[in-house]
Design a protein around this ligand. Structure first.
Ligand code: ADP
Length: 218
């Protein structure tokens, strides 16, 4: 079997981060840990925590660092990640979260941080066209829909537009990304972990670029 990997995916909303994270997880046989998917699962389950998170998410805000760090800390101590590794998607999103992640993973440190670079005007269009499977999170687009209606090819779930993919929430998320998450690029560059990848092109082309960059570091 291929070696596992401990990897963080960074990239603006709509950069294709989730799609590539799922493929990387399949390739390296490690869990895809998407904090957005975990939060949406809590919302779907109707827990008290989910209801609180939903308000923040629908407005395009960020859930508090304390809560997110708690969620990820717990997930990264489950045996599937302690063994082969993980693809973290959507975490860290702030420097405080990145510092907590370093503490959580001190005994099995992060190996690589992939920053998927796609210009803002391109992502805005991609997000408005984005559709996702309600149950498995698989990502589609109005330009690349599932084979049969809006039914997921992977698990038969309903494919919908996310509640926070409205124009207003998207603008807020992009602004927050620039203010809170972009500082992680120099943060990880200083630590020698950053790989910058051009996110323009087909999903296959982008995947090959990421894969080659990870391979070159080994
Ligand atoms: P996107 O990258 O398109 O914004 P995600 O699916 O990663 O979407 O996250 C959806 C929402 O969940 C975010 O807008 C935010 O409200 C919340 N969220 C996810 N991950 C985090 C995190 N690490 N810290 C704070 N909030 C988060």
């Amino acid at each position: 079997m291929t070696e596992g990997v401990r990897l963080v995916m960074l990239g603006r909303q709509g950069a294709g981060k989730g799609t590539q994270a799922i493929r990387l997880a399949q390739h390296y046989v490690v869990p895809h840990i998407s904090t957005g998917d975990m939060l949406r699962a809590a919302v779907a389950a109707g827990t008290e925590f989910g209801l609180k998170a939903k308000e923040v998410m629908d407005a395009g805000g960020l859930v508090s660092d304390d809560i997110m760090v708690g969620v990820v800390d717990e997930r990264l101590h489950q045996s599937d990640t302690t063994g082969r590794g993980y693809i973290l998607d959507g975490f860290p999103r702030t420097v405080a979260q990145a510092e907590s992640l370093a503490a959580i993973t001190a005994d099995r440190p992060l190996e690589v941080v992939v920053n998927l670079e796609v210009p803002e005007d391109v992502v805005a269009e991609r997000i408005t066209k984005r559709r996702v499977c309600r149950t498995c999170g698989h990502i589609y687009s109005v330009d690349a829909p599932p084979k049969h209606g809006w039914i997921c090819d992977v698990d038969g779930g309903e494919v919908v537009q996310r509640a926070d993919d409205t124009a207003e929430a998207v603008r807020k998320r992009l602004d927050l990304y620039a203010a809170e998450t972009l500082p992680l690029v120099p943060f990880y560059a200083e630590r020698g972990l950053l790989v910058e990848i051009d996110g323009l092109g087909s999903t296959d082309e982008v995947f090959e670029r990421i894969f080659a960059a990870i391979d070159a570091r080994r």
